[in-house]
Ligand binder design. Structure first.
Ligand SMILES: NC(=O)c1ccc[n+]([C@@H]2O[C@H](COP(=O)([O-])OP(=O)(O)OC[C@H]3O[C@@H](n4cnc5c(N)ncnc54)[C@H](O)[C@@H]3O)[C@@H](O)[C@H]2O)c1
Length: 358
């Protein structure tokens, strides 16, 4: 395949973080991935709001804009799709795209139900296309340092303070369209947690509840989970939105200071700021107090754009197609994250320990 012709479905905010990498145009792409980015171009832009689709088409040079996703799926000149719509469309659009033989790059969370996870995994296996979930923390500099330097931790603690990047009334908070803040945003941290844990989860017990919202049925907004991994290591996930979306004045929002801490017998590593930066526990010289950690502040050293790795997501997807390689975050990873959170919600509701094998 000489050039990967991309159809984009959903032309909102995050689309404009991915598309600058088309044709290798972004300065933020890692040098080794630039050659793959150069082999991508926009073919079609689609959004229910056709004005948004047209604005993306005009900016990135696609052949057409449309409000009809089916036009993109059935277009023989589209090789791959980027799905960046609301969460309740992720599974149906994924299934249709794979049915039409398109490679898929999809924003998180991949799916909202256990059945959707099963269906996407089956379709991925059946279709043979490349299916990649855009879990951004896997591309971030600090998280990759921790992954490389502490590959087999005995304890993994994750913190997802999913407070109001998205305000209260937005679709992501809607139980049906988005699934609530923990599924919508906490999934970033859950994926980073599994990426760094180096083992598959085997059992969990959770406690939590709906502390801050009152729509029915409202997803759980406060959640603490204890985890046991297959390799015998343990961990914890702590997540919640604190109800802050209601408290802040319109037009303001708080940050989401996502982090994952891993420990091995003699060392610990902390991936912070969506994994952009890291801290490692170090040895303190006897008799002299110094901060007992080594700090790697990539955001300050090379800027947030490079530290986040966002510009590398589309080129990595292209590389997996061109080289016929497995992408770094597959449907399996997408399913693991959704399954984990839905099972944690179930445990919090029932009080039961949940074990699984997959
Ligand atoms: N990786 C990240 O850091 C990050 C950040 C923000 C959002 N996201 C994810 O990106 C996705 C989109 O989020 P966003 O913030 O860009 O939202 P957004 O609302 O800005 O954009 C979504 C777009 O999808 C369109 N859309 C919705 N349903 C559609 C349909 N059926 N057919 C065609 N178009 C449709 C909407 O009109 C809208 O323009 C979500 O999955 C979200 O979780 C990821």
């Amino acid at each position: 395949m000489s050039t990967i012709r991309l159809g984009v479905i959903g032309c909102g905010g995050i689309t404009r973080a991915h598309l600058p990498s088309l044709r290798g145009s972004s300065d933020l792409i890692s040098p080794e991935l630039r050659v793959f980015a150069e082999q991508t171009e926009l073919r079609a832009a689609c959004d229910v709001d056709e004005g948004r689709a047209e604005s993306v088409r005009a900016e990135y040079g696609g052949a057409y804009a449309t409000s009809d996703p089916e036009r993109v799926f059935s277009d023989p000149d589209v090789d791959a799709v980027l799905i960046t719509t609301w969460h309740d469309t992720h599974a149906p659009f994924s299934l249709r795209a794979m049915e039409c033989g398109k490679h898929v790059l999809i924003e998180k969370p991949m799916a909202m139900t256990l059945q959707e996870c099963d269906d996407i995994l089956a379709a991925e296996a059946r279709s043979g296309v490349k299916y990649m979930v855009a879990f951004r923390c896997r591309f971030a500099r600090g998280a990759n340092d921790v992954h490389r330097e502490i590959p087999n931790p005995d304890n993994t603690v994750a913190f997802a303070r999913v407070n109001c990047v998205w305000p209260e009334g937005i679709w992501a908070q809607d139980p049906v369209k988005g699934g609530g803040q923990i599924l919508s945003q906490g999934c970033h941290v859950v994926d980073m947690m599994f990426y760094l844990a180096g083992s598959e989860p085997e059992a969990l017990w959770a406690t939590g509840g709906v502390f801050h919202h009152d729509r029915k049925p409202e997803p759980i907004d406060t959640l603490n989970v204890a985890i046991r991994y297959r390799n015998g290591s343990v961990g914890a996930f702590i997540g919640g939105d604190g109800g802050q979306a209601r408290l802040l004045p319109p037009g303001t929002y708080a940050a989401c200071p996502f982090w994952v801490l891993v420990t091995d017998k003699g060392r610990s590593g902390l991936a912070i700021d969506h994994g952009q930066n890291a801290r490692f526990e170090t040895c303190v010289p006897p008799g002299k107090w110094v901060p007992p950690y080594e700090e790697r502040n990539y955001s300050a050293e090379i800027g947030d754009g490079r530290a986040s790795g966002m510009a590398d997501i589309l080129p990595t997807f292209a590389r997996s197609i061109i080289r016929d390689e497995t992408p770094p975050a597959t449907a399996y990873d997408g399913a693991r994250t959704t399954r984990f959170l839905l099972r944690a919600f179930e445990s919090a509701r029932t009080g039961k320990l949940i074990t699984w094998d997959y």
